[in-house]
Design a protein around this ligand. Structure first.
Ligand code: URA
Ligand code: SF4
Length: 190
């Protein structure tokens, strides 16, 4: 018998495969519907996420919730939300390549068990990882891609900006992100 997502989450809660284990309050594995059609993948937990043990519960998360509702018509409970690294990098620094590599099997198991129709990668880290490319998000976004992984062969990847980039930046990026999410809505309603 293969493990359920809840069982994999319980296993991940004890993970010490990289140095991020030392600075965390708790592992932020992911949340939402384990059989969702739509999965979002961010970068890594911030301070609020580390405190609550849940992904995207700070300012970026509030914006993500709003855009998800307005453009796709879904709430976070109807999707699944996860990150590339499951433990908070100290001082919100970027995750290191070896940390991303160490944590990758957890994300692959999530994608394999959920088998979503669409994975939305939020920003550079998740987009580059799941599309196996060095190309940046500004160039990648605007189209749909096959998932570059054997774990869920029919899954489509739709890269878009990280909500933190929208909070920092501007109207153009927000409009582009909204248009990406409209493509998400079309891809999951086919
Ligand atoms: N930013 C992320 O990439 N992930 C979170 O969970 C929160 C903020
Ligand atoms: Fe394990 Fe990932 Fe946390 Fe590193 S970041 S300790 S690999 S769960």
């Amino acid at each position: 018998m293969s493990l359920t997502l809840a069982e994999v989450s319980a296993e991940a809660a004890e993970c010490t495969k990289c140095e991020l284990a030392r600075g965390r309050t708790q592992v932020v594995f992911g949340m939402g519907d384990p059989s969702a059609d739509l999965m979002f993948v961010g970068e890594g937990p911030g301070a609020e996420e580390d405190r609550q043990g849940l992904p995207f519960v700070g300012r970026s998360g509030k914006l993500l919730d709003r855009l998800m509702a307005e453009e796709i018509g879904l709430s976070r409970d109807q999707c699944y939300i996860a990150n590339v690294v499951k433990c908070r990098p100290p001082d919100n620094r970027d995750p290191k390549p070896e940390e991303v590599a160490a944590c990758r099997p957890w994300l692959e198991r999530q994608i394999q068990l959920i088998a979503p129709t669409v994975v939305v990668t939020l920003g550079n880290f998740s987009s580059k990882l799941l599309l196996d490319t060095k190309t940046g998000i500004t160039k990648l976004r605007g189209q749909n891609y096959p998932l570059n992984s054997p774990v869920s062969a029919d899954t489509v990847v739709i890269p878009t900006y990280h909500p933190a980039a929208i909070l920092r930046g501007g109207g153009l990026q927000e409009a582009q992100m909204r248009s990406d999410l409209v493509r998400v809505r079309m891809a999951i309603s086919r």
